[in-house]
Design a binder for this molecule. Sequence first.
Ligand code: HEC
Length: 170
Amino acid sequence: MEIKGNELEMSEAKPAGRAAAILLVFFAAAAAITTAGRAQEAGEDPTPLVEVPRTLSLKGDPERGRKVFYRCRSCHRLSAKAAQLLGPPLGRLFGRRAGSLPQYGRYSAALKLAGFAWTEEKLDAWLKDPNGFLPGNRMSFAGIRSPQDRRDLIAYLRSVQDGMDQDTAQ
Ligand code: HEC
């Protein structure tokens, strides 16, 4: 009799355990959705990034690069909140697919269909000669001739992505 009682308890415990597991999964999913929603509300960039290697930044000086970035600031900011400017925000660029920031709605077809993720090499080529690199793009910018200026700027953008508070960064 006693054994039967135990069996009964165990078979009753199983569905309860399963229900708890289902609830747990449900709460985890709800938490993930809420976090993504909050990030979007805060104007942060929810775009998924792929991992890209670190290369050119080793030779660049991010402090100098911060000043080079003044040349971009008439059209670009770092924070994803600043997507209403002429150009898309650049705070989280490396590993982002070209032309894919959801908050920015004015990409050219050329950039949207470019089909690559931003690496330091791609950015270097783009900054050297935007029109030569990707004909048909809409960035009215002649390019940066000095290789050192480009490397410094790339090092700066990389350092921003690695840890600066993008909301306070200008
Ligand atoms: C006169 C305005 C202007 C200036 C100055 C400018 N850009 Fe842009 N930039 C744009 C526009 C507009 C686009 C979108 C181009 C398109 O969709 O074809 C763009 C796109 C980009 C992209 C692609 C981003 C993405 O989401 O794929 C990068 C990277 C970029 N710019 C970097 C820079 C950097 C770095 C500088 C400074 C050296 C700079 N730009 C200067 C207007 C500008």
